[in-house]
Write a protein that binds this ligand. Sequence first.
Ligand code: NAD
Length: 248
Amino acid sequence: MLLEGKVAIVTGGTRGIGYSTVKGFLDQGAKVALFGSRKETVDIALEKLRAENENYPVIGLYPNLLDTKEVEEAFKEVVDTFGRLDVLINNAGISQKESIYDYDVKDFEKAIDLNVNAVFVCSQAAAKIMKEQGEGVILNTSSMVSIYGQPSGCGYPTSKFALNGLTKSLARELAKDNIRVNAVAPGVTKTDMVANLPDSVIQPIIKTIPLGRMGEPEDIANAFIFLASDMASYITGVILSVDGCARV
Ligand code: NAD
């Protein structure tokens, strides 16, 4: 198993890419703290995991990811429970579709808050623990829109461009503390974020993907498993595209 003995936190772990990543990490021998935004959704996710395997070493927490104190307390609870913290996956995110002509700046700020500022808060809390330990891995969920942009909801691609900058900068800053920092940039992936799109929108998207299909959440989880594992010990500062070679 690739992650035997490692302890991971996955934000936005209640569904979609985050849930698959939690499950993938557990199946690779990791102990996992699943973070969500609400107790109800965290409990449902934990129940679903325990129905798969009642012995999974998994706990659920729901701190406000923008509140440094709440985040530090939650990270401390993870260390108290599992003994250490090896991997942080900053995965919680929101997308947006508004036109610039009727875009409230408060909505624009919501994308920056969760997709960038919360990643800063969680990475800071994790880095303090990992520096003490002498090692660690921070992984971020970026997006292919961080390379191409997108023609609406500009707060979302803007936040992901910023996330790539944060990833590369922290990789440089934290390398001396033996903390690796990378991002995975998924293409269109079958989660709630795209579930409600009609076939008339989905089919033209699939035509732009040379591998001929949308990504599955497990495709992204597998990239995280590799980047978190010791097999990736010389990889840091990378934005890894997992998108079937999509041409947007
Ligand atoms: P999703 O909507 O299924 O999951 C989003 C997760 O973020 C959920 O667990 C949700 O609880 C959590 N979340 C939302 N708001 C939160 C908040 N305020 N505080 C804490 N947690 C919150 O979406 P997904 O597709 O699984 O998205 C996961 C990540 O993947 C996001 O960062 C997204 O930008 C990225 N991504 C998704 C796609 C795609 O096509 N699905 C493509 C590229 C990147």
